[in-house]
Design a protein. Structure first.
Length: 246
């Protein structure tokens, strides 16, 4: 069954009207017909709406609401991924899989060893593209929210934005003591905000690690093997998901 995100104000008198890109996707790509059902969520509330197409014209599609149910597809803690800008199209893969694994927000971060450098215009275009990938991934695995992809920050801005974070860790290849990593993840409690910093292909510089440590961010090891930046994201989010969902 197809799933769509809407805004709360689109729900009125047990009807949902969809226009714009989603309308065109429903009509021209999915070729849905009157009488077909879909699920919908507003991206804010933990509710899954079940609707049936009652009208489909040249301007919009109208769903009649059949019923709604509470959903609990989110992690019990909010995970904020501060992802250093990787090269090529890796960021798209990282966003897609991070959303599937339950991340709450993604903050692209420019670091000392980031190969990619974006000017303001390119950065805005990239963020728009990345947000669309987040939405598509959230639709695919029926999440109740669409994780936000924030505007690109530099490293100093990123570590200054952590006032609401109870857990703050940074993956560092020179760190050791995997038991410490396990202990930190095991200590994540429901309702907490968790900040994770993942470096670019060349890792974080020693200066960045020093700044992070002074800001109360704990360097952690990801194990005995050096991981690619995208692999590190999937590994640590999987660990957190396993801890919070068992």
């Amino acid at each position: 069954m197809h799933h769509f995100f809407i805004k709360p104000e689109q729900i009125y008198n047990n009807e949902i009207i969809i226009t714009g890109n989603d309308f065109r996707h429903i009509k021209n790509v999915l070729r849905m017909k009157i009488g077909e059902e879909a699920t919908l969520s507003d991206g804010e509330n933990p509710l899954l709406y079940h609707g049936i197409i009652a009208d489909l014209n040249n301007e919009n599609v109208r769903f009649d609401l059949l019923y709604h149910e509470e959903i609990n597809h989110e992690l019990k803690a909010r995970v904020y991924l501060f992802q250093s800008l990787p090269k090529a199209s890796k960021m798209e893969l990282i966003i897609q899989k991070a959303v599937e694994l339950g991340v709450h927000e993604i903050i692209p971060t420019a670091t000392d060893r980031s190969i990619v450098r974006l000017d303001e215009k390119k950065a805005l275009a990239k963020v728009k593209r990345w947000q669309s990938i987040s939405e598509a991934a959230a639709k695919q695995n029926k999440r109740g929210i669409v994780p936000i992809v924030r505007e690109v920050m530099d490293f100093s801005q990123a570590i200054s934005s952590l006032d609401m974070m109870e857990i703050k860790i940074i993956a560092y290849e020179m760190a050791n003591d995997i038991e410490k990593t396990k202990s930190i993840i095991a200590g994540i409690k429901p309702g907490q905000n968790v900040a994770i910093f993942i470096g670019p292909e060349g890792g974080f510089s020693s200066h960045e690690i020093e700044l992070a440590t002074k800001a109360g961010i704990t360097p952690v090891t990801m194990g005995k093997r050096i991981l690619r930046t995208e692999t590190a994201v999937f590994v640590i989010l999987s660990w957190i998901m396993y801890h919070l969902e068992i």
